[in-house]
Design a protein around this ligand. Structure first.
Ligand SMILES: C[S@@+](CC[C@H](N)C(=O)[O-])C[C@H]1O[C@@H](n2cnc3c(N)ncnc32)[C@H](O)[C@@H]1O
Length: 222
């Protein structure tokens, strides 16, 4: 029998596999394809609160009566957990970018997303049109071997001037992962100096997932 802590352990071990150093993007996506049917259960077992935390923060930005018309892009949308939370709060114009076919198939069945880009977010190499979204959200998909730090420029490019980019990342990855430490925040600050966007919020959030804090960024695109 799988006890609660056994299940948490299974989830943690799977996560270790998908963030193993040196994986190619195709290998990462292959792991998500294989795990797509059990991903949602892993998030429960690992007490992953990212989508709930993110949706509450995003809802603070937009008045309730405007939420149905605000165009949202969920980058690295996975099985659509964030779309589900946003939908509960009145957002209904949500698109998704997700490279894993398995994850995308589950996302499609939620019925919460309109346009679906089944592709990787790689610097300058995606088909999302420029200046399209009022809100770009990325929850938990900047992890080792996942979305590269440089892609924040692409986040800005596809967001309308005056729109928001909202990012939620595991704090440990921001501070210690080779992909992001000394890179991601430095790059984001540089883009602010170049007047591409302006930071409105940077805060550490507790209970992101078992024993781990997250860090939430909200930027206004200029
Ligand atoms: C930890 S899951 C998070 C999914 C969802 N945002 C959530 O909160 O449940 C990471 C997701 O990022 C996707 N991903 C990995 N590399 C990516 C890339 N370069 N561009 C876009 N998505 C990527 C994976 O396929 C996976 O669905």
């Amino acid at each position: 029998m799988n006890t609660r802590s056994n299940k948490e352990e299974l989830g943690r071990n799977w996560l270790k596999e998908v963030i193993k150093p040196g994986l190619q993007a195709s290998q990462v996506i292959g792991i998500y394809n294989d795990a797509s049917k059990i991903y949602d259960q892993y998030t429960v077992d690992c007490k992953y609160q990212g989508p709930t935390i993110m949706a509450e923060e995003v809802a603070r930005l937009v008045a309730e009566e405007l939420r149905h018309e605000v165009r949202v892009l969920d980058v690295g949308a996975g099985t659509g957990l964030l779309g589900r939370e946003l939908h509960k709060l009145g957002f209904s114009n949500i698109d998704a970018l997700e490279p894993s076919e398995g994850m995308m198939n589950i996302l499609k069945n939620t019925g919460h997303y309109r346009v679906k880009y089944q592709e990787l977010m790689v610097v300058g190499q995606h088909t999302v049109p420029q200046d399209t979204y009022d809100l770009l959200v990325m929850c938990g998909s900047m992890a080792p071997g996942h979305i590269p730090a440089e892609c924040v420029e692409d986040f800005i490019r596809v967001t309308k001037p005056g729109g928001w980019v909202v990012l939620l990342i595991r704090l440990e990855y921001l501070l210690t992962a080779e992909d992001y430490k000394d890179k991601l925040e430095a790059h984001m600050n540089r883009l602010q100096k170049e007047n591409m966007w302006c930071k409105e919020v940077r805060k550490v959030v507790p209970n992101y997932c078992t024993d781990h804090e997250g860090v939430l960024f909200i930027y206004r695109v200029l």
